[in-house]
Design a protein around this ligand. Structure first.
Ligand code: NAD
Ligand code: FES
Length: 273
């Protein structure tokens, strides 16, 4: 059992939990993820690691309360326990020493992006970030990025904070103004990552994306997290979750992501009865 040390509500859909998990905290690196089971009968929920503290032996997860299992997790409070907290899973993000990187975060995608950019900053790389949300309340971790990023650009779909528009609008503007980036790291909705690649690929700016397809075992055995990268089948749980955005078949990912939408909806309705 793993103790919830603290819990924070970041907005009406997103929550943060700090979990006591000594082994995961000791070994994890930016880009890796954990699988959480809330209780003995629980579904396995993959969540990217948003932060870790090796001294305090804690790992931070940030999750969107979107389905049945994240709903159960959301009912837990500081001092409660979760049944399983397995990890670190997946490969650490392939972070390179270079001059200038820009991160592009869509909504809750800011959570897995944060440790990657912080690590790059620690490696001496100049780091900027664009954080996008539907509206002001969905722009998360702004202050945390401000602590080390040279520039933090905020976009909202409705214009309630920062620049009105998508993250891709700002990325295109910066490039048009002559900003030079050695690499882009984009994490957020699949459609956002696909559109970031549409901006960067013609200019050959290397672009890493993080995929979070449906996962079951998280160990490469079930094939649930199958994605096509460069025409080859890869498993996001063991080969990823970070991949070269130029090579990802986003359309296939989007089709597979929606596969169990009806079942998930039914499950939520049953739980509400
Ligand atoms: P959202 O749908 O509210 O979008 C967030 C932002 O993404 C928008 O404000 C916009 O700037 C950008 N965006 C959205 N559609 C776009 C488009 N068509 N073109 C360009 N930019 C666009 O995001 P949300 O509801 O917070 O969902 C976050 C998503 O991130 C989820 O789908 C989740 O699965 C994914 N996610 C991925 C990872 C990962 O590791 N890959 C981790 C956590 C979450
Ligand atoms: Fe089963 Fe990746 S989750 S192979």
């Amino acid at each position: 059992m793993y103790k919830i040390v603290s819990k924070e509500i970041l907005n009406s859909a997103v929550e943060l939990m700090v979990i006591e998990a000594p082994f995961v905290a000791n070994k994890c690196e930016a880009g890796q993820f954990v699988i959480v089971r809330v209780d003995e009968d629980g579904e396995r929920v993959p969540l990217t690691i948003a932060d870790y503290d090796r001294e305090k032996k804690t790992v931070t997860i940030i999750y969107q309360v979107i389905g049945y299992s994240t709903g159960l997790l959301s009912k837990k409070q500081a001092g409660d326990y979760v049944q399983d907290f397995v990890g670190p899973l997946g490969q650490p993000a392939p972070l390179h020493k270079c001059d200038h990187v820009i991160g592009v975060a869509g909504g809750v995608g800011a959570a897995p992006l944060y440790p990657q950019l912080r690590k790059l900053h620690e490696m001496g790389v100049k780091v900027d970030v664009i954080i996008g949300g539907r509206s002001e309340e969905f722009v998360i971790l702004k202050e945390k990025f401000e602590a080390f990023c040279d520039h933090v650009y905020v976009t909202t779909d409705d214009g309630s904070a920062g620049i009105k528009g998508f993250v891709t609008t700002v990325l295109q503007d910066l490039i048009d103004k002559g900003e030079k980036f050695d690499e882009v790291i984009a994490i957020g909705p699949l459609i956002m990552m696909k559109n970031v690649v549409k901006v960067t690929k013609p200019l050959e700016i290397p672009t890493a994306v993080s995929l979070n397809p449906i996962m079951i075992d998280g160990t490469g055995m079930c094939g649930g997290c199958r994605v096509t990268v460069g025409g080859q089948t890869r498993f996001a749980c063991v080969d990823g979750p970070d991949f070269d955005g130029f090579l990802v078949d986003f359309d296939e990912c989007m089709k597979r992501q929606g596969m169990f939408r009806e079942e998930e909806h039914e499950c939520k309705l049953r739980a509400a009865q």
